[in-house]
Design a protein around this ligand. Structure first.
Ligand SMILES: *[C@@H]1O[C@H](CO)[C@@H](O)[C@H](O)[C@H]1NC(C)=O
Ligand SMILES: *[C@@H]1O[C@H](CO)[C@@H](O)[C@H](O)[C@H]1NC(C)=O
Ligand SMILES: *[C@@H]1O[C@H](CO)[C@@H](O)[C@H](O)[C@H]1NC(C)=O
Ligand SMILES: *[C@@H]1O[C@H](CO)[C@@H](O)[C@H](O)[C@H]1NC(C)=O
Ligand SMILES: *[C@@H]1O[C@H](CO)[C@@H](O)[C@H](O)[C@H]1NC(C)=O
Ligand SMILES: *[C@@H]1O[C@H](CO)[C@@H](O)[C@H](O)[C@H]1NC(C)=O
Ligand SMILES: *[C@@H]1O[C@H](CO)[C@@H](O)[C@H](O)[C@H]1NC(C)=O
Length: 350
């Protein structure tokens, strides 16, 4: 069975074939019939069957991977356990390769020695690999205005293509590349970015977080009117990343929590200064300062007095009014005066 001359010829022929890039048709001057079969496309991990038609007058037959013999007849030459014989008879010579991988891609040749002349059949195995994102930028924290580039590298065959998406706030992004450039990033561009790598076989998706830091900006303080002895609350709201720390001042004097029946309560973007029982001395000008490592912002509030007609006044009528405008005037006049007072107080704030 093992005719040395045949194998020498075979190996030489195979090397020649590889060298010439697998000619589709035999050359006229050749003594060999060369046939090229359709490419076999198979996914990584699957099993591929290599089938070679024989003929009833075959004397020698072999399957080669490039120039190395996998099987010569029923003799296995390959040491690879994934390679095995399926069928060997007068019609066909079939071997299989299990759990194929990228390195198995390439030309495979079936060489047959008939009584007349040698014949080869070559087939090209193409391996497909699903995309896997192998190198994605880590989550980053940047200051507003920075130039940001995100990277998403993926393996896969065919070569994967990429899409980028900003998930929250949602929006598709222009890049169709491994790289996403975000020049001079704004706070609106902070969020979760999704990279999708896709090829003919599958898709891989991963996300990365961008945090954009910016200095606080506090919303303008609204002055608050409170009646003596009542509860009063000043609210200071700051938009900032990272979250701001708050400081409260009465004129130039810093106020601390628990001071004089006051309470300072911070919850995220909001700081509240509460007076549990407003006294005459509490009326005045307050300033809230929001601070983070990128800067600060402040606003001022005036806590002013509101004199409300007491409930007893309303119940007892004009006779009980304490402003001196009581007496013979009618209820209508009194109501009018009250209204005027309220308007006056409102105007005095400015
Ligand atoms: C088979 O695959 C090879 C390598 O990718 C390619 O050059 C060749 O054109 C393909 N042949 C056919 C018939 O598709
Ligand atoms: C085919 O040859 C290549 C290159 O030598 C090798 O890496 C691969 O494992 C071989 N595959 C089989 C099934 O023999
Ligand atoms: C990921 O990409 C970076 C930057 O290009 C490179 O330095 C690093 O080696 C890559 N890591 C892997 C696992 O490919
Ligand atoms: C961002 O990129 C622009 C244009 O390339 C450049 O002019 C600018 O200096 C960069 N900014 C920073 C903060 O690196
Ligand atoms: C508020 O303070 C005044 C004066 O100190 C006091 O008379 C009054 O009882 C207090 N009211 C409450 C609800 O604590
Ligand atoms: C309150 O205080 C701030 C800071 O001291 C000052 O800028 C602002 O003009 C004051 N407002 C009033 C109404 O006095
Ligand atoms: C408040 O902000 C103004 C600018 O808006 C700034 O000039 C001032 O110094 C700030 N005041 C404090 C106490 O930080």
């Amino acid at each position: 069975m093992k005719n040395p001359m045949f194998w020498v010829l075979l190996t030489g022929m195979a090397i020649l074939l590889i060298h010439q890039g697998l000619p589709v048709h035999s050359q006229g001057d050749s003594q060999t019939d060369n046939k090229v079969m359709d490419n076999i496309t198979v996914r990584q991990g699957e099993t591929v069957f290599l089938r070679c038609p024989q003929g009833d007058i075959v004397t020698h037959t072999a399957w080669l991977n490039r120039s190395s013999i996998l099987y010569a007849g029923e003799d296995k030459w390959s040491v690879d356990p994934r390679v095995s014989l399926v069928t060997l008879n007068q019609e066909e010579f079939t071997i299989k390769i299990e759990d194929v991988d990228m390195t198995d891609e390439g030309p495979y040749i079936c060489a047959v020695q008939t009584s007349r002349r040698p014949r080869t059949t070559s087939v090209h195995i193409l391996i497909q690999v699903p995309p896997t994102i192998i190198n994605l930028s880590k989550g980053i924290v940047v200051n507003e205005g920075s130039n940001v580039t995100l990277m998403c590298q993926a393996s896969g065959k065919p070569e994967p293509s990429f899409t980028w998406k900003l998930l929250s706030p949602s929006g598709d992004l222009a890049s169709e590349d491994e790289y996403l450039d975000i020049p001079s990033i704004s706070r609106q561009r902070a969020g979760t970015y999704e990279c999708t790598a896709v090829n003919d076989i599958a898709t891989d998706v991963q996300t990365v977080e961008i945090t954009v830091n910016y200095a606080p900006s506090v919303s303008e303080g609204r002055d608050v009117g409170v009646t003596l002895g009542q509860r009063g609350v000043l609210e200071c709201e700051a938009d900032a990343v990272p979250e701001a720390d708050f400081e409260w001042y009465r004129d130039d004097r810093r106020i601390f929590n628990g001071f004089d029946g006051m309470e300072i309560e911070d919850a995220g973007q909001l700081s509240k200064l509460t007076f549990f029982n407003v006294s005459e001395a509490d009326y005045g000008n307050y300033t809230c300062i929001a601070i983070n490592k990128l800067g600060s912002s402040n606003t001022s509030f005036v806590l002013y007095e509101v004199i409300e007609p007491t409930s007893s006044t309303l119940l007892q009528g004009p006779g009980a009014v304490q402003d001196g405008n009581s007496g013979s005037m009618g209820t209508h006049v009194h109501t009018y005066t009250c209204l005027l007072l309220a308007i006056l107080q409102f105007l005095l704030r400015f």
